[in-house]
Write a protein of this length. Structure first.
Length: 80
């Protein structure tokens, strides 16, 4: 692959657990060019600082997104 075929100035975001809230917030609100979003063990329940992922304006995300969850995840506030 030549250097000319690699997209310049593009970024991917990754968030895990409570960090998925920040990653989704950035994917929705950033003015930078993003090419993908990866979320693992996303938060379902709110806390006193953040909005849980399902309550965010997810329809505004227009980049490729991978969501990973595990049925046996022991945390009660993540997707299962």
């Amino acid at each position: 692959m030549s250097d000319s075929s690699i997209a310049k100035n593009t970024h991917s975001l990754y968030g895990r657990s409570r960090g998925t809230e920040s990653a989704v917030h950035l994917a929705i609100n950033t003015t930078q060019q993003l090419n993908s979003l990866v979320l693992t063990s996303s938060m379902l329940e709110p806390n006193d600082k953040e909005v849980p992922v399902p309550e965010m304006k997810l329809g505004k995300i227009t980049i490729s997104t991978l969501i990973v969850a595990h049925r046996n995840d022991g945390c009660y506030v993540t997707f299962s």
